[in-house]
Design a binder for this molecule. Structure first.
Ligand code: ATP
Ligand code: MG
Length: 565
């Protein structure tokens, strides 16, 4: 894992792809840098895609070029409009803009078809009547060369006629395919006469019933790059073995544009699965609520969880762009989130597991308005007024009847500070029949208003609180990793690694009243607890908040330990 400096100026970002681009520009091989982000619209985007998005759009921005948004929509069976719209929204949410450069591989279907005929005419492609199973058998293995199909030497005219009849819909699915005539003995399986067109009688989200043959990935991706004038086609490592085919096809097609493919390693994260197939399974089998479940690494999920797009971009900017696979500690992402929210989020007080406190010497009916700081890291955020009265709530965890050794919070006879308010001393703990503490009786020191005492006496604990009279009742959802294993699915089925405690719902929380009006998308720090945001399930009567992240920073702790050892 590579942990780069926090804020390198854009022109200083260095990695092997950017170095190649600098060389290409310096040598005059390219004038304008054109990249693309090419999702297949068969699911929602996740944080792995964000790495590709930030890289492609980032490069275009840094080098004054452009990045195309291109949908790789060549498989009508799995693709849907819903995904096309959501993907665009998510890329925009991350803060990137493709301007007028929105493309679909399906925009190019007519050109791709004519290029396929071009290959046939040049003797570089043929129609194969073998069944899919027979084609597989003929392909050979990693140690054995493939065998030529008996249809490999079909006459050009017959190939052309059959291809046109495939397009006209004369044949059922799977009856024939168009294959590029490359080399059945190649050591690279992708070069063994790859299928470039298949028959699929299926309606396409964009082209409807216009086509019943569709190009494969290999005959759409590089071709779309060439048609759109993409210069650097940046993809993940699993396409490295496709590169010779990418180059072969471009060199056999009637185009002067020669895009080149470069690969980088995928993002993998601890405690996380990043695969659309897996994410779809988790949803369909109802382990999570939907694509935007805040426990998912989908961009929708991260957004609902309250993770700001800038934190994601900061996180991605700290990753190595290289050709070696690795797994990134999810604590680094969490660290980026905390670092940003610590600067930007306003502070509020919220009691999540309430314990009632009655202040016995509080003047009956009195309400005291106190000043509270909105953000100690940002003076311009100002202050707010909060009401204090004779009945408040504190956290159950802030009281111990028999305090443990290093417990400095409230206990019988002990005095603590209530944040922004007064010192209180616990006089009595009242219990229910089951022996549980249900209420505390305390007294306050009127001289300690604002949180200090004129006689200079010190208290060791400062607690947050909510005023019973005007706090609002809310539901708060606490999230933990969706998986208990660092590498889910490494040992057994992924599902066996699901964390049964990934969601904890607290129904009985008390919040500062102005939180009822917090707009969606607003991040707040609940003091001493973490960062939270309103959930779309909120209603005016009943706000619902998500915990984005707790305050404890595992990443900072790990870094400290590393320094020590
Ligand atoms: P998944 O494996 O999650 O289903 P995919 O690779 O099939 O994803 P595509 O829609 O084809 O998804 O991906 C669009 C782009 O995003 C591709 O260029 C792909 O290489 C890149 N990408 C996908 N996952 C990651 C990842 N984990 N890290 C970096 N880039 C990724
Ligand atoms: Mg893919």
């Amino acid at each position: 894992m590579n942990d780069k400096a926090d804020s390198a100026a854009p022109e200083e970002i260095r990695d092997y792809i950017r170095d190649i681009i600098r060389d290409d520009l310096a040598a005059g091989r390219r004038d304008v840098i054109v990249t693309r982000f090419p999702p297949e619209p068969n699911g929602y985007l996740h944080i792995g895609h964000a790495k590709s998005i930030c890289l492609n759009f980032g490069i275009a921005n840094e080098f004054g070029g452009r990045c195309h948004m291109r949908f790789d929509d060549t498989n009508p069976v799995k693709e849907e409009h819903e995904y096309i719209d959501a993907i665009q929204e998510d890329v925009q949410w991350l803060g990137f803009d493709w301007g007028e450069h929105l493309y679909f591989a399906s925009d190019h279907f007519e050109r791709l078809y004519s290029w396929a005929e071009h290959l046939i005419n040049a003797g570089d492609a043929y129609i194969d009547d073998l069944s899919p199973d027979e084609i597989r058998e003929h392909r050979g293995t990693l140690i054995e060369p493939g065998r030529n199909s008996p249809f490999r030497n079909r006459l050009m005219a017959e190939n052309l006629d059959l291809f046109r009849r495939m397009r006209a819909g004369e044949f059922p699915n799977g009856a024939r395919v168009l294959r590029a005539k490359v080399d059945m003995a190649s050591g690279n399986m992708n070069m063994r006469d790859p299928v470039i067109y298949r028959i699929l009688h299926a309606a396409h989200p964009r082209t409807g019933d216009a086509w019943c043959i569709y190009p494969t990935y290999d005959f759409a991706h590089g071709q779309s790059d060439a048609i759109e004038g993409v210069t650097h086609s940046i993809c993940t490592l699993e396409f490295e073995d496709h590169r010779p085919l990418y180059d072969w096809l471009i060199s056999h097609l009637p185009t002067d544009m020669v895009p080149l493919q470069y690969e980088f390693s995928r993002l993998n994260l601890t405690y996380t699965v990043l695969s659309k197939r897996r994410l779809i399974q988790l949803m369909q089998e109802k382990y999570v609520r939907g694509w935007d479940d805040p426990r998912l690494p989908s961009l929708r999920g991260l957004r609902r969880r309250g993770i700001p797009p800038l934190a994601i971009r900061d996180f991605i900017s700290r990753l190595a762009i290289s050709k070696s696979d690795g797994v990134v500690d999810v604590a680094l992402l969490e660290h980026c989130v905390r670092e940003l929210l610590n600067k930007t989020a306003e502070r509020r007080m919220a009691v999540l597991n309430p314990l009632k406190v009655v202040i016995e010497n509080w003047p009956e009916g009195k309400i005291d308005e106190l000043d509270a700081v909105n953000n100690p890291n940002d003076e311009s955020a100002g202050t707010r007024r909060i009401n204090f009265s004779g009945e408040i709530y504190i956290e159950q965890g802030d009281f111990m009847e028999e305090p443990a050794k290093k417990f400095f919070r409230l206990a019988p006879g002990r005095e603590v500070r209530l944040r922004y308010a007064y010192f209180i001393t616990c006089r009595e703990a009242i219990k229910n029949e089951a022996g549980e503490v249900v209420e505390l009786r305390c007294t306050y020191d009127p001289e300690s208003r604002g949180g200090s005492s004129p006689d200079g006496r010190k208290v060791k604990g400062t607690l947050h609180w909510a005023s019973a009279q005007d706090a609002i009742s809310a539901e708060v959802r606490l999230y933990n990793h969706l998986f208990t294993s660092e590498n889910p699915g490494a040992e057994d089925d992924v599902l066996d690694d699901l964390n049964p405690d990934s969601l904890q719902v607290l129904e009985n929380c008390w919040l500062e009243p102005d939180l009822a009006n917090a707009p969606l998308g607003e991040a707040l720090q609940f003091e001493r607890q973490g960062y939270f945001c309103p959930d779309p399930d909120s209603t005016p009567e009943r706000p619902v908040f998500n915990r984005t992240i707790s305050l404890r920073d595992d990443w900072a702790r790990i870094q400290k330990q590393n320094k020590k050892s």
